[in-house]
Ligand binder design. Structure first.
Ligand code: C2E
Ligand code: MG
Ligand code: MG
Ligand code: MG
Length: 285
């Protein structure tokens, strides 16, 4: 599998022999079609609570199954979706599909976990974002407290007053908010005391070398203690091996997500793998 910069596309088959998009317009045109013609799908990656061994949440991650080019990773099309404005429609599709999947699991009495949905900064800044999101959730019939929205520091730093209003509206409905990729944005920490935030997700660039780099370990430690002190949950992202896990346990990290437990997989696969853990703890390491 291929590696492009910081995003390892290890869940995808590299297909260098197939033709690819010839221009950005080409991709935009195809992406517009993809949203309406059901070429997008959601994969799910579990989050594990270390203290109990229980899964607490499934993060929904979008993939594009292109009829000619096969599976395309979000890093390859989310930026184009953002530039073209298609991210609004795409984001609505993702939220609706995540809610519908949660509704299916509820109906089958399976996988009783929250579902986390990534919200891009463009989406978050859209005037009608909160109202549209709440409407979509209500249309699917699930309770908003099943949802967590993952937003990034760049989403919230633009207009603090507006952000507070949006987050308060979402929280009033019971939606949880997490800060994704925490630590790599240009953040003041001030917002943590002002905003209703439930969870910080430590960016995986800190977790990656936690065993060998004492600065990464120090930063990870600091974020975890910041979370404890502010009563905000902290999730370590990108946990790939038992060495990292052991160190994270020592730092009193409560929750992890990463390939060690599971890569993002289809709804079907997550059911096959994790349904049996609904009532008992997951053992890793
Ligand atoms: P993210 O929200 O930070 O999601 C985590 C990414 O890290 C996922 O990549 C996941 O596959 C990958 N990952 C998880 N565990 C590990 C690990 O142990 N090691 C390594 N190396 N990687 C790991 P993915 O699915 O390719 O998504 C990349 C990014 O694309 C996401 O980062 C998110 O920012 C964006 N994205 C994905 N789905 C959506 C979506 O539905 N809407 C929006 N707006 N953005 C999305
Ligand atoms: Mg995320
Ligand atoms: Mg992240
Ligand atoms: Mg990210």
């Amino acid at each position: 599998a291929k590696q492009t910069g910081k995003n390892k596309l290890i869940t995808f088959q590299a297909m260098p022999l197939l033709p690819r998009f010839t221009s950005q317009i080409h991709m935009e045109t195809d992406l517009r079609k993809a949203i309406t013609e059901n070429q997008l799908c959601l994969y799910y990656q579990p989050r594990l609570e270390l203290s109990t061994g229980h899964i607490s949440c499934l993060e929904a991650l979008v993939r594009w199954n292109h009829p000619l080019y096969g599976m395309i990773a979000p890093a390859d099309f989310i930026p184009i979706a953002e530039e073209s404005g298609l991210i609004i429609q795409l984001g609505e599709w993702v939220l609706r599909e995540a809610c519908l999947q949660k509704a299916r699991w509820l109906a089958q009495d399976k996988l009783d976990y929250q579902v986390a949905v990534n919200i891009s900064p463009c989406q978050f800044q859209d005037e009608s974002f909160a109202d549209k999101a709440i409407r979509i959730i209500e249309q699917t019939g699930i309770h908003p407290s099943y949802l967590e929205f993952e937003i990034t520091e760049s989403s919230i730093m633009q207009n603090m007053d507006k952000t507070i209003a949006v987050l308060d509206k979402l929280c009033a409905k019971g939606i949880s908010i997490s800060i994704d990729d925490f630590g790599i944005g240009y953040s003041s920490l001030n917002y943590l005391k002002e905003f209703p935030i439930h969870c910080l997700k430590i960016d995986r660039s800190f977790v990656k070398n936690i065993q060998s780099n004492s600065n990464d370990l120090a930063i990870t430690n600091a974020i975890i203690h910041l979370g404890h002190a502010l009563n905000i949950q902290v999730v370590a992202e990108g946990v790939e091996d038992v060495g990292q896990l052991d160190i994270l346990k020592e730092t009193t990290c409560t929750t992890i997500q990463g390939f060690l437990l599971s890569p993002p997989v289809s709804a079907y696969e997550i059911e096959q793998t994790f349904h049996m853990y609904d009532n008992r703890p997951v053992m890793i390491s």
